[in-house]
Design a protein. Structure first.
Length: 162
């Protein structure tokens, strides 16, 4: 299963969306994660807030390939994309295990293939390094075998990177 999360406009969403099983538009219209951990304990992998991100844990958790298109925000995801990722915390469980000699949460859906982030906008070399590290750590935490980060100047270039 291939999942795309992006913070681009609806027009670009339609152009990028072909070839994906699920496209999640991080348009800033979602409620932020409340930190209730219900997606871990009360109703596993299901957000208690009944909006269009209600099933985001299951959708991203089953993705063999997760592609994120985001505007750079000081070497991190845009606020709208970060909001979607926060709501997907239920892809793991509250239990811990060792992977690669480090403590991580136990994966609810097992291992995945590719965690790819396409970053657009102005970005310094220091921010690029921060983003590479962030994507690598997110990939490990979520059980991805490999991660990739691509930097582009204009969001219109995203089509060529997907």
């Amino acid at each position: 299963m291939k999942v795309l999360i992006h913070d681009l406009d609806r027009e670009r969403s339609e152009a990028l969306g072909s070839g994906y099983d699920r496209v999640i538009e991080a348009d800033g219209r979602y409620a932020p994660c409340q930190g209730c951990f219900g997606c871990w304990t009360k109703h596993p992998a299901e957000c208690g807030m009944k909006d269009t991100l209600h099933q985001v844990c299951r959708e991203t958790g089953r993705a063999d390939e997760l592609v994120i298109v985001t505007k750079n925000l000081y070497g991190g995801y845009s606020a709208a994309v970060k909001n979607v990722l926060d709501r997907a915390i239920g892809t793991s469980t509250p239990f811990s295990t060792y992977r690669g000699g480090q403590m991580h949460h136990t994966l609810r859906y097992g291992k995945h293939d590719l965690f790819k982030v396409i970053v657009y906008g102005d970005i310094t070399e220091a921010e690029k390094e921060t983003f590479r590290y962030l994507a690598e750590r997110n990939a490990i935490n979520d059980g991805y075998q490999r991660s990739e980060v691509v930097f582009i100047a204009d969001p219109a270039e995203a089509e060529g990177q997907i």
